[in-house]
Design a protein around this ligand. Sequence first.
Ligand code: 5RP
Length: 222
Amino acid sequence: MTQDEMKLAVAQAAVEYIKPKLTADSIVGVGTGSTANFFIDELAKISHLFGGAVASSEATAERLKGHGIDVFDMNSVDQMEVYVDGADEFDGRMNLIKGGGGALTREKIVADVAREFVCIVDESKKVDLLGNFPLPVEVIPMARSQVARALVKLDCMPVYREGFVTDNGNVILDLEGMQIEQPAELEATINNIVGVVTNGLFARRGADVVLMGTPNGVETIS
Ligand code: 5RP
């Protein structure tokens, strides 16, 4: 089974998982990335079963609209049944690294509102310890150097993602060389640095359920 076949399988499993929870008024939160794109294409097949979606990025909004799915502004939504999104790393204890696509801040906002966060990954994302994938940190542009100096003190190497601007007009520093033993604590520590918008650790609000594609089928972890 190829990686794309596993991504398609988890996308289909996610649609089956959320289907019984949806009503005509339900709003579905939708993540960003290649796995989320498979999910969007599968979600479109049941678009008659829910009211619309909130997107975690401009790219996702465009793809949803391309399927004729109504996309709502986050500010007009106070309840969301479910949020479905991929991840860059998953540690088996529902902690994630996200933001490889640079959409981490909007992803975190949507995940925070959702009653349930369903994470969809293929088995290549499963690790024992988070940190092999560089941890993205979204930063206000004028604070980039100052934030980088503060991050170095956390024993990591911040690398400026050159030529990339987030949907919020900010920049990304990717933290290399981390071995993250205490994700919730590190998430809070980094977010406390002045000039940081947020970081890609999803530990304080991790996944509620992970659907993981393997060559033998989709595993459900909760
Ligand atoms: C984007 C993300 C994605 O969920 C993450 O990068 C995984 O992407 P993919 O499904 O393409 O591997 O956090 O900001």
